[in-house]
Write a protein that binds this ligand. Structure first.
Ligand code: UDP
Ligand code: MG
Length: 322
């Protein structure tokens, strides 16, 4: 058994949820590739609360090959949590992530490793240029990728590809939570890793089982896109957005109130009969602006406080480790 401090060449992290049919084939394939490369490796299978026979399969694979490690969640927490957990365990010099459904090919590993080790990339993301998924998935994915490219300035075609390779220090520096597995390159860039490459990879149709990503995850992915846009633009300075919006709104309201007040005084001074200030619609507009401005400012203040305390966003429970 390897201890945490032993260095090995490669960790393959595989998040899996109800993938009993493909695990044996996938493991044998990764082992074959690693043996051909003559490298030391580990395969970390993170069972994200499967309710089929996946965990028993992982257990058997681990018994027959000590390089196969298994982590089992208490329930389904999502792909991001599974990746995060695998990342914390990975001791390999290079860390490769791969979906469990055999849509990604382990044959890409040698080139991905070469790009990290010899070309000095911090991370390399796969690009499923020729994709075998239904249009219901590929069209939203195009929109995601376009937006992610625009907000991040990272020129990747396929942010969400499950097949990616990293220097170990990269996976230790990022926290993948929510649906953020779609935006790992953005998280990596934010953590200061700028050399992000892309490699066209073969993509195949799902051989067994069914996709786990439906409409609900699409919506969550969209909300996370909003937060990643916010993070990219304002980072941990939410006060800069809410605070300035709030201040501007407040000032507008205050100026309107001032104008109303001064006008009233002027009328009084001139001895002209003037309507009550509260009769003017501007009075209510200015009042609303001042209240809204204060609230926005407070929202920024609270966001700033929360951002600074940085609560741990992943709270998955591990049931078993092999
Ligand atoms: N997955 C997971 N937890 C989930 C959903 C999916 O660990 O809650 C795994 C799944 O088993 C697979 C990978 O994430 O290994 C990608 O999922 P899937 O193939 O369903 O996504 P798609 O390829 O259809 O985008
Ligand atoms: Mg898949």
């Amino acid at each position: 058994m390897l201890s945490k401090t032993d260095k090995i060449d490669l960790s393959v992290v595989v998040p899996l949820y109800n993938e009993e049919e493909s695990l044996g084939e996938l493991t044998a394939w990764i082992v074959k590739v690693a043996n051909e490369l003559q490298i030391s490796y580990e395969i970390i299978m993170v069972d994200d609360g499967s309710n089929d026979d996946s965990w028993n399969v992982v257990r058997r694979l681990s018994e027959s090959n000590p390089c196969v490690k298994g982590i089992r969640f208490r329930r389904n927490y999502g792909k991001s949590a599974a990746l995060h957990c695998g990342f914390l365990q990975a001791v390999g010099d290079v860390v490769v992530t791969m979906d469990a459904d055999l849509q990604d090919s382990p044959d890409e590993i040698p080139e991905l490793m070469r790009m990290i080790r010899e070309e000095g990339y911090d991370m390399v993301s796969g690009w499923k240029k020729k994709r075998f998924d239904p249009p219901g998935k590929t069209i939203p994915s195009r929109i995601f990728n376009y937006t992610a490219r625009k907000v991040s300035g990272i020129r990747l075609h396929d942010f969400n590809c499950g097949l990616k390779a990293y220097k170990n220090e990269v996976v230790k520096s990022i926290e993948v939570y929510g649906e953020m597995h779609r935006y790992i390159p953005i998280l990596a860039k934010r953590a200061g890793f700028n050399k992000i490459g892309e490699k066209i990879v073969h993509h195949r149709e799902r051989k067994y089982g069914v996709t786990k990503f439906g409409l609900e995850r699409f919506v969550r992915g969209f909300l996370d896109l909003m937060s990643i846009m916010f993070i990219s633009r304002f980072g941990n300075r939410p006060m800069h957005l809410f605070g300035s919006l709030g201040t501007l709104t407040f000032i507008a309201g205050f100026l309107a109130a001032l104008w109303l007040g001064l006008r009233k005084l002027w009328f009084v001074y001139q001895g002209i009969e003037a309507p009550l200030v509260t009769n003017s619609p501007y009075f209510y507009i200015s009042l609303t602006c001042m209240i809204l401005g204060t609230q926005l400012f407070m929202a920024g203040f609270i966001a700033e406080l929360v951002g600074r305390t940085r609560p741990d966003r992943n709270n998955y429970q591990i049931r078993e480790i092999l």
